[in-house]
Design a protein around this ligand. Structure first.
Ligand SMILES: Nc1nc2c(ncn2[C@@H]2O[C@H](COP(=O)(O)OP(=O)(O)O)[C@@H](O)[C@H]2O)c(=O)[nH]1
Ligand SMILES: [Mg+2]
Length: 426
C-alpha cells in the first residue's frame, strides 16, 4: 500500500497531483487546509494538503469487517473511483446516474481550446468540485461516505496523529507499516490497531533508557553533565531535580557549576536549590572559571553545569556559551526544550543549539503541552536520544526517565496517559 501526502496551493491542484501519481483508484484519507509561513497566526499563504493511498494495493476488509455507517462516519475516505463506476452510499449525494458516469480525467496539460476540450474541462471541474465537497464533508465528519477501504480503527488513529501535529511523512509511514504488518482481522480490532500504532510511534523515539552512572569516568573525571537550551525552558529546575535524584535517591556526591551570571536571580535560584539539597555550587563568569570550578569539584561523583538561556535571536552569544560548555568537558550535553512551545520554535531552537553539540534531549513541561506529536518530529529531526522528561514544577518529583513507550502512548492517547507518573530510577 502506498500512502502519500500532497501539498498544493489549491484543492484542484492537489487532487490533480493525487490523480496523476496514484491513478483513478486513489483513496483520499485526509484533507487539511492551513497557512504556511504564518507568524503567530498572522500572514502566510493558504496551503491545501491531501493524504491519499493507492487503492490498488489497499486490502479490502472482509464483508464481516466492513464498518457500520456509524463507525464509518468517524472517518470516511473519499474514493476517486466512486465518481466513475460505483454507486455511492445514499448519504453521499451523487447527482449523475451510474449509467452515465462522470469521467474524472484531471488534465495536467492544458486542454485544447475547442468545443470538445471545453466540455471535457467542465466535466473535470464538476467532478473535482464534487470530490472536494465530499472530502471536506468527510474531514469535518458531517457525512458518511462509501464503505472505507481503510480500516476504521487505523483511520481514526491516523487522523488523530495528524491532528496532533505528526508530520505527514511520519504518519504515512506508520499507517503503512501497521497496515502491512497486521491481518485484516487484527486491523479491525481497535485495541490491536492502537497497540501497533503505539509501537510504531515508539520505534521513532530513541531514548537513553538509564540514569548515567555517577563516579569517575574513563578519563578519570567525575561524570560531568551540561544542560543547554533557550531561556525559561526549565534548565535550572531540571538541574535541581537531577541533583536531588543523584544525591538523595542514589546517595552520590553532587557539585553544581553555573555560568548563568547574566541575571542575579538565576544564580540565587540555583543557590537556593543547592542550599536545600546541601551540595556545593560554584559560580563561573568565564570559560576559564568554568574549567577551574570543575577541577575544584574533582572529588564529586557528578558535576552538573547550568548555562544561560539563548533565544533563537541571540546567535552571537552562542559562541560564548559553547566556550563555557567546552571548558567543562562534559561527558553529556543535554539540550533542554519545552513541550509547551510551538513546533516551529522547537525546530529553530534545536537547529540553533547544534553549535553547542548536544548529544541528548530533555523535554520539559509535558504537563503544559497541548500536542505531543511534535516530540516525535523533533526526535526524528535532531536524531538525539531523549534522556529525561519533566512533568511539572515540583523539585525533585516532576522528572522521569524518558521512555519511548510512554511518550508514544501520550502521542496516541493524549493527556490521559500523563497521569501515570514514573520517577527517575537508577
Ligand atoms: N509546568 C512546568 N513548569 C516547569 C517545568 N520545568 C520548569 N518549569 C518552570 O519553568 C520556569 C522556568 O524554569 P527555569 O528552570 O528557571 O528555566 P531556565 O531559564 O531554562 O533555567 C519556572 O517557573 C519553572 O518552575 C515543568 O516540567 N513543568
Ligand atoms: Mg536557568
Amino acid at each position: 500500500m502506498k500512502l502519500k501526502t500532497y501539498t498544493a496551493n489549491s484543492m484542484a491542484q492537489a487532487l490533480a497531483e493525487v490523480k496523476k501519481d496514484l491513478g483513478k483508484d486513489a483513496v483520499i484519507l485526509h484533507t487539511r487546509v492551513h497557512k504556511a509561513g504564518a507568524v503567530m497566526g498572522i500572514g502566510g499563504r493558504q496551503v491545501v494538503e491531501i493524504t491519499a493511498s493507492d487503492q490498488a494495493a489497499a486490502r479490502r476488509p472482509a464483508a464481516s469487517q466492513v464498518p457500520t455507517r456509524a463507525e464509518a462516519s468517524s472517518f470516511s475516505p473519499t474514493r476517486f473511483q466512486s465518481v466513475r463506476t460505483e454507486p455511492l452510499a445514499p448519504a453521499v449525494v451523487e447527482t449523475k446516474p451510474v449509467s452515465s458516469p462522470v469521467p474524472l480525467a484531471v488534465r495536467v496539460e492544458p486542454a485544447p481550446v475547442d468545443a470538445e476540450g471545453l466540455a471535457s474541462l467542465r466535466e473535470d471541474l464538476a467532478a473535482i468540485k464534487r470530490l472536494v465537497g465530499q472530502a471536506l464533508a468527510n474531514a469535518s465528519g458531517k457525512a458518511a461516505g462509501p464503505a472505507p477501504d481503510m480500516p476504521v480503527a487505523l483511520s481514526d488513529l491516523y487522523t488523530r496523529l495528524r491532528e496532533d501535529g505528526l508530520r505527514p511523512e511520519i504518519a504515512d509511514a506508520i499507517a503503512s507499516g501497521v497496515r502491512d504488518e497486521l491481518s485484516a482481522a487484527e486491523l479491525s480490532d481497535p485495541d490491536v490497531a492502537r497497540s501497533a500504532v503505539v509501537r510504531h510511534v515508539g520505534n521513532r523515539i530513541q531514548t537513553v533508557g538509564v540514569v548515567s552512572k555517577a563516579g569517575l569516568q574513563p578519563d578519570n573525571r567525575p561524570l560531568t553533565i551540561a544542560l543547554v537550551g533557550p531561556t525559561g525552558v526549565g534548565k535550572t529546575t531540571t538541574i535541581a531535580k537531577l541533583a536531588a535524584a543523584y544525591k538523595l535517591r542514589l546517595g552520590k556526591r553532587v557539585g553544581l557549576v553555573t555560568c548563568d551570571t547574566y541575571r542575579i536571580a538565576a544564580v540565587e535560584q540555583l543557590r537556593t536549590y543547592a542550599g536545600i539539597i546541601s551540595i556545593p555550587l560554584k559560580v563561573a563568569i568565564s570559560h576559564e572559571e568554568v574549567a577551574e570550578a570543575c577541577r575544584s569539584l574533582h572529588d564529586c561523583d557528578v558535576i552538573i553545569l547550568d548555562t544561560p538561556g539563548r533565544s533563537q535571536h541571540d546567535s552571537a552569544r552562542l559562541d560564548e556559551l559553547a566556550a563555557c560548555v567546552d571548558a567543562a568537558r562534559p561527558h553529556e550535553t543535554h539540550l533542554v526544550l519545552s513541550a509547551s512551545v510551538a513546533e516551529g520554535v522547537l525546530g529553530r531552537a534545536a537547529e540553533l543549539f547544534t553549535r553547542v553539540k548536544p548529544d541528548r534531549l530533555v523535554i520539559t513541561k509535558l504537563d503544559e503541552a497541548v500536542q505531543f506529536a511534535p516530540i516525535v518530529n523533533l526526535a526524528g529531526r535532531t536524531g538525539l536520544r531523549l534522556s529525561f522528561v519533566t512533568t511539572g514544577q515540583e523539585v525533585p518529583d516532576h522528572i522521569e526517565l524518558a521512555s519511548a513507550a510512554r511518550l508514544a502512548s501520550l502521542v496516541v492517547d493524549g493527556r490521559a496517559a500523563l497521569e501515570r507518573s514514573e520517577a527517575v530510577h537508577a
